[in-house]
Design a protein around this ligand. Structure first.
Ligand code: PMP
Length: 285
């Protein structure tokens, strides 16, 4: 991704894509003091842009730093990046981190906080699983307790086990991994939230120890508008067998049907297709 034409917004300036570098002694590199956003633009407009900028600011506060730009300034920077990319449909990545300071220890209060924003074209996150239904492996790692780490931040440190779980899943021919949480309840995938259908009603894990995705919230509102009952609750892994349909939600994943989790299979049914279609319409409306 580093050898491309174009520009990346860094600390208030547009810099050449190939020159958008940081020093090796950056605090974030060593201690995961970094938060980020994944956003999608459709037809030149970022879906829920402001919500993403607000979440970025909140994520930083949750891991103890303040991004030195207001939500309005971040919004303007994202618009500038999108325009300079020349793309109508794009993935937008904002990342904020603690830079190089006077010290190389864990403490970093005097290190500058930095912000960068890039945009590029990114198609279906799960490739053709979007049509057929993704296959998920169950991760051996658990989503941690809110007493262990700020679980609601979109912070780099929470992604270490996501990468490991995704690699293990891919090695078994799966598209992604599903996490259980520290109590053993069904939680989320490595970059997306999960929904299940049974007897015409929808069940989704309570977002009490993982990211309450913007897409998750959008889809819950959409289901309620359609008059569908949505249960946000603790879901036991034993219940997977009884669910008829399943899908993932996320900015990158959008609404992706799930065909299989471990040995349990799901149909890519009418409700899944309807929600995927409605989401597609909404983001472009
Ligand atoms: N969980 C994790 C771990 C994620 O990385 C994402 C993607 N940001 C989500 C859930 C879904 O969040 P959103 O719908 O806000 O993209």
């Amino acid at each position: 991704y580093d050898d491309r034409d174009g520009h990346i917004w860094m600390d208030g300036k547009m810099v050449n894509w190939r020159d958008a570098n940081v020093h090796i002694l950056t605090h974030a590199m060593h201690y995961a003091s970094s938060v980020f956003e994944g956003e999608r633009a459709y037809g030149g407009r970022i879906f829920k842009s402001r919500e993403h900028s607000e979440r970025l600011k909140r994520s930083a506060q949750m891991i103890d730093f303040e991004i030195p730009y207001s939500v309005d300034e971040i919004e303007a920077a994202k618009a500038e990046v999108l325009k300079s990319s020349g793309l109508e449909d794009a993935y937008v990545r904002a990342v904020a981190w603690r830079g190089v300071g006077e010290d190389m220890g864990v403490a970093s209060a005097r290190n500058p906080v930095r912000l960068a924003i890039a945009a590029w074209a990114w198609g279906a996150y799960y490739g053709d699983a979007k049509m057929k239904g993704a296959k998920l492996d169950i991760s051996k790692w658990k989503r941690p307790s809110p007493e262990t780490i700020p679980v609601h931040a979109k912070a780099a440190g929470l992604y270490m086990i996501c990468t490991m779980s995704k690699h293990a899943a891919e090695a078994k021919g799966c598209s992604d991994a599903l996490f259980m949480d520290y109590r053993g309840y069904v939680a989320e995938a490595t970059g997306a939230n999960i929904f299940f259908v049974k007897d015409g009603e929808v069940h989704t894990p309570d977002a009490d120890c993982f990211l309450n995705g913007i897409t998750r919230q959008t889809v819950i509102a959409m289901l309620k508008d359609k008059g569908v009952t949505v249960h946000e609750r603790h879901i036991m892994p034993e219940e997977l067998e009884g669910f008829e349909q399943c899908w993932l939600t996320g900015t990158a994943a959008e609404v992706t049907p799930v065909g299989q989790i471990s040995d349990y299979t799901f149909e890519v049914g009418a409700m899944t297709r309807d929600i995927a279609d409605s989401y597609e319409k909404l983001v472009r409306s």
